[in-house]
Design a protein around this ligand. Structure first.
Ligand code: DX5
Ligand code: ZN
Length: 223
């Protein structure tokens, strides 16, 4: 099992996405945070902008939907041809049905849980997904500090996935940086979102390589 490093463009220059994408072209996927000012107290961009990003992106898009009415919207985003669509369990009426419709539209399906949502609330349905996203901050803003207590949930999810022989990706998002990525990989996360830790760096490509190498090192101590 390898690790993946996905920069979040929440920390990018929204007026210059083409150049920003070039600056992170060695990443595994580009994490795109869609916020609607209802599910979270922040607003980023929606369908027409994501449609355009998909047209110009040279790397796969990893969508993170922090929106309401997600049962309706998630399959529409998937139909744009993006690599993966992750939505919040807390916002969905029927997470399993929505996952099915995302997959039918051709994308990988991801299930996200906020810090206050226990893994036990989704352990019975993760088999219907390609990725589980354990939020390591409260969703809504970049540049926050990692909430240490959420890491217990990452470890718990890893134990469950391995015991159930589920080979789905385990993603973490929020406050990930060079000071903690290795130990988070060591407890079983394999897919890492990093916004400010990548975009604040002078040399973003070198930073992506450095973060990925640390994650691989942590991951090699795992099992
Ligand atoms: C927060 C977003 C994150 C955010 C992470 O709600 O889901 O993807 O961009 O930013 P950092 O890495 O700066 O915490
Ligand atoms: Zn995100």
């Amino acid at each position: 099992m390898s690790v993946r490093l996905n920069p979040s463009i929440l920390s990018a220059d929204f007026a210059n996405f083409a150049a920003e994408f070039d600056s992170i072209s060695n990443c595994d996927a580009i994490h795109v945070d869609v916020m609607d000012n209802h599910f979270v107290p922040n607003l980023t961009f929606g369908y027409p902008v994501v449609k355009r990003l998909q047209e110009i992106a040279s790397r796969p898009l990893d969508l993170h939907l922090m929106i309401e009415n997600v049962d309706e919207w998630a399959p529409k985003y998937a139909a744009l041809g993006v690599f993966s669509v992750t939505f919040h369990h807390e916002a969905a009426l029927d997470s399993v049905e929505t996952a099915k419709r995302i997959r039918e539209a051709g994308s990988r399906a991801g299930l996200a849980i906020k810090p206050g949502t226990g893994f036990d609330e989704v352990s019975g349905i993760v088999e219907h997904f390609d990725q589980l996203l354990v939020m390591t901050v409260e969703p809504g803003f970049g540049g926050q500090s990692l909430i240490e207590e959420t890491l217990q949930k990452v470890a718990e999810a890893r134990v469950h996935l391995d015991a159930s022989q589920l080979r789905i990706w385990l993603q973490v998002d929020g406050g990930i940086d060079e000071g903690n990525i290795e130990r988070i990989a060591a407890i079983g996360a394999d897919t890492f979102v990093a916004g400010s830790a990548v975009f604040k760096a002078q040399n973003r490509k070198a930073q992506i390589n450095a973060l990925r190498a640390l994650a691989e090192k942590g991951h090699s101590h795992f099992h």
